[in-house]
Design a protein around this ligand. Structure first.
Ligand code: SF4
Length: 326
């Protein structure tokens, strides 16, 4: 399904803070600002990639959208409905439409359950169909992810990493969701099987008419699967653009530095590598003003005082940088 103009998920002013230490009187003393005032629209049928260094808040954002983590502030709208205030049973029903593909197929599959039991578990939990119909559904989804049904009674340890990730994908899709968060779905796999699993994820998007939020630290992977890409730094989205726009005309200094680090296979094409100075500041104590100012070679006085807002510089290309202010 091609991307439409219908917004499926809207993230509005979402913050997620974790209190890591409290005073004797129970007052929060140390707060990690994992997701910091994020706004994002996800359109039906698109794959939006979220990229950034480890610890930038991308996985927390994905889990907050799915309401696996409750946001500290802000709203998540699903087809215009605010799902942040839903009661437990209402949220349980909503979860059928929103699923998560985990990073680690080794940790996310119970070793004591057979493939049939693992994939059928969500159908059992939601009491969908008769036992015979559930087994039939498992066979159909196994075929879709490229696993023969004669593997149904085997256990996860009998499979390779790539096959296990196919089981994880089958389990996530067996309830026929509309929206799937893929959290680093190939980073734990051997390089040799990554492309196969990425192609499967792409094919399933078309077959099952899915919308993806695809989280990865790997810009090459994100480029391969995404229609649009959001770049995160220290809990904030600093740039959003279509894949072509972002790779051909990056605007934010952080995006430029990330892109310059991707190896280019063409020996005639050279891109000057920008080495980022210093480490990512602690989300316990983010810098004043622009969060990137401690590492940015263009930082000026205003950058140390005022946090730039994400704004449209044309054709839906959003940037949060004072250099792009009009
Ligand atoms: Fe660099 Fe200033 Fe732009 Fe931040 S706002 S990225 S410090 S130029």
């Amino acid at each position: 399904m091609a991307q439409s103009n219908n917004v499926l998920v809207e993230v509005k002013d979402v913050k997620k803070e974790f209190v890591t230490s409290k005073s004797l009187l129970g007052k929060p003393q140390k707060i990690v600002h994992a997701v910091d005032n994020v706004n994002l629209k996800i359109y039906e049928g698109e794959t939006i990639g979220v990229v950034g260094e480890s610890g930038c808040g991308k996985s927390t954002l994905g889990r907050t959208i799915l309401q696996l983590i409750t946001p500290t502030e802000g709203q998540i709208l699903y087809k215009g409905e605010d799902i942040t205030g839903l009661r437990k049973e209402e949220m349980r029903q909503m979860r059928r439409k929103m699923q998560l593909i985990f990073q680690d197929p080794y940790a996310s599959l119970n070793p004591r359950m057979t493939v049939l039991e693992l994939i059928k578990a969500p159908l059992d939990a939601y009491k969908i169909g008769t036992e015979k119909e559930r087994i039939q559904k498992v066979k159909e989804i196994m075929e879709l992810v490229g696993m023969p049904e004669n593997m149904m009674n085997r256990y996860p340890h009998e499979f390779s990493g790539g096959q296990r990730q196919r089981i994880v994908i089958a389990r996530a899709l067996v309830l026929d969701p509309e929206f799937v968060v893929c959290d680093e779905p190939v980073s734990a796999l051997d390089v040799s099987v990554r492309a196969q699993v990425l192609n499967l994820i792409q094919d399933l998007k078309k077959t099952k008419k899915l919308t993806y939020l695809f989280i990865s630290h790997d810009l090459s992977v994100v480029k391969y699967v995404s229609d649009r890409i959001a770049v995160m730094y220290l809990g904030k989205i600093v740039e959003v653009a279509t894949k072509d726009d972002l790779y051909n005309h990056p605007q934010h200094p952080y995006t430029k530095a990330l892109l310059s680090a991707i190896p280019i296979p063409d020996v005639d094409k050279k891109m000057k590598r920008e080495i980022l100075a210093g480490d990512v500041p602690s989300p316990l104590n983010p810098p004043k003003g622009c969060y990137f100012n401690t590492r940015c070679k263009y930082a000026s006085d205003i950058c140390k005082q005022k946090c730039p807002l994400l704004h449209d510089i044309g054709n839906g290309h959003l940037v949060a940088c004072h250099l792009c202010d009009k």
